[in-house]
Design a binder for this molecule. Structure first.
Ligand code: BG6
Length: 518
């Protein structure tokens, strides 16, 4: 490309591509019970992920799924529905694997708080386990509204479905959000720990299922050239963005109680920040990794509610246009209060008080109905210490930027200045780029394959420990406290890059949000 963005060509491998799949062991035999099985997550992600694990020969024959929800389905009709939904959402799945997995799906209809329904569930699980030779291992997936987490775990305990004995494991995957704030997260933890031990609890953050997020660890600690620069001495600041073009869709009711701050920041964005900022773990095991991640969260400088406006911006989208389509404002979405003060955008400036990062801010932003879908981590380097070119027209270079693109264009790019050929001294920013798709022949995946498989082999590395959840809530608690009487968030037009106030937050520090087209 001759636009000043020079693309480095990937060195070709023998067949032009590298196989992505690493050898992994087949999961343990088990019955997976999905609570809330009639919801979108099951049809769009979980069952397709199981089909992909079947395709990749990572699921044993001795495996079955029991769906449990209030909606009135039978084994036959739930299979039909899953098939229709997969078709409707255009989920890309290998046909044979899909058929194999559908034949192993069963269903129990019942209320999640009815002890009688758990007796029917137990009978069904036992039948299905016998039929498929799945033995005594059980994995429970709570794909339900967060207010039901405690209830379901309590019922599992009372029905004897959670106790591990005779070498059988019982594990529970808990969706986010885990609590609504620090006190409720602690209360929920205490409630479920009456039934379960920490090694049985898998708090899921689906960002950790993304290859590019997992790659952060390999990128940082599997290479020697980046780590020496990865600190306050060379890095001016870090920007982490999770921008979405979608609005609240049919989740207005939930979103009204959450808002962008609760929905995205303590989970996905802090996870990205922790992986970017942490020290190398001594070993690649669940606790060593998570110990380092949680240290980052503990080192975040406490936010002062009285200074919230210097470090935080909350925004809400009004009507606008995106790709030629007129979009309603947030207050006109279904399930949303027409006077709502819930934020659909949040930007945050955080400082990490440790030797590696003191003085290097981390700016985080996330929002709905923004101009483009993009999740990325941008490491923005400092200017050179001595300006050799001060007497030429090259007085100030664009900063070097290393950008880790999490989605949708998975890859890594490095921007640096180069001399424009010809007489005189002119520079232009050019880019070296690595795109996942150019190198790896990765099979289609939903992002849940790795996470489900890890639970079935008992690996908690990619799941959040209780102390991580608490540390994350603790960081944003001052902001939640200062929102007891929230003012109306700053307004932005749907399809834009968020409120002006977020640009101000950066401008005050002499910085600017990364331009997505550069
Ligand atoms: C979920 C949030 O956890 O993540 C949603 O509740 C958000 O509001 C979603 O849309 C974003 O996930 P992804 O994988 O599309 O970036």
């Amino acid at each position: 490309m001759i636009t000043g963005e020079n693309r480095m060509q990937s060195p070709a491998t023998a067949n032009g591509q590298v196989k992505a799949a690493a050898p992994r062991r087949i999961a343990d035999p088990c019955v997976l019970v999905i609570f809330g099985a009639s919801g979108d997550l099951t049809a769009r992600k979980l069952i397709p992920a199981l089909a992909n694990l079947t395709r990749d020969k990572l699921l044993p024959q001795e495996f079955a799924v029991v769906g449990f929800a209030r909606s009135d389905y039978t084994d036959e009709t739930i299979r039909k529905r899953l098939d229709q939904e997969a078709e409707k959402f255009g989920v890309d799945i290998e046909r044979d694997a899909w058929k194999q997995i559908l034949q192993r799906v069963y269903y129990v209809c019942g209320a999640l708080d009815d002890a009688g329904a758990y007796r029917s569930l137990t009978a069904k699980i036992n039948d299905v386990a016998k039929k498929h030779g799945a033995g005594g291992n059980r994995l429970y997936y709570l794909a339900v509204a967060p207010r039901l987490f405690g209830e379901i775990v309590g019922q599992l305990g009372a029905a004897g479905l959670a106790s591990e004995d005779s070498g059988r494991w019982r594990r529970v995957i808990v969706e986010k959000p885990f609590g609504h704030d620090l006190p409720s997260a602690r209360a929920l933890d205490a409630e479920i720990k009456q039934v379960l031990n920490e090694p049985q609890i898998y708090r899921i953050d689906h960002y950790l299922g993304k290859e590019t997020v997992q790659n952060l660890v390999v990128f940082r600690f599997g290479n020697s050239i980046f780590e020496p620069l990865w600190n306050r001495q060379y890095i001016d600041h870090v920007q982490i963005t999770a921008a979405e073009t979608i609005g609240v869709e049919h989740r207005g009711g939930y979103y009204e109680t959450a808002g962008a701050l609760r929905d995205m920041i303590p989970s996905h964005l802090f996870q990205l920040m922790a992986l970017t900022a942490m020290e190398s773990p001594a070993r690649l095991d669940a606790d060593a990794m998570r110990d380092e991640e949680v240290k980052v969260l503990h080192a975040v400088h406490a936010l002062a509610p009285e200074h919230a406006s210097d470090t935080t911006v909350r925004g809400q989208y009004g009507a606008g246009t995106l790709a030629g389509r007129h979009l309603p404002g947030y207050r006109s979405e279904s399930g949303v209060d027409p006077q709502s003060r819930t934020e659909t955008y949040a930007a945050l400036k955080l400082m990490i008080d440790n030797w590696r990062w003191a003085g290097t801010p981390f700016y985080l932003r996330t929002g709905k109905r923004l101009a483009r879908r993009s999740t990325e981590i941008a490491i923005v380097f400092k200017q050179p210490p001595f300006q050799l070119f001060r007497d030429t027209s090259l007085r100030r270079f664009s900063p070097n930027e290393l950008v880790l693109n999490i989605q949708p264009d998975e890859g890594i790019s490095l921007r640096f200045g180069a001399k424009v050929p010809g007489a005189g001294m002119r520079q232009e920013a050019v880019k070296m780029e690595f795109c996942y798709n150019d190198y790896f022949d990765a099979s289609v995946a939903t992002g849940y394959e790795r996470l489900l498989h890890d639970c079935m082999i008992g690996d908690q590395t990619l799941f959040r420990r209780a102390d991580m959840v608490e540390a994350a809530w603790r960081i944003i608690m001052p902001l939640l406290d200062s929102q007891q009487e929230p003012s109306r968030p700053a307004q932005y037009v749907a399809g834009s890059w968020g409120p002006r106030e977020a640009d101000e937050l950066m401008r005050r520090d002499g910085r600017y949000w990364r331009n997505f087209d550069s």
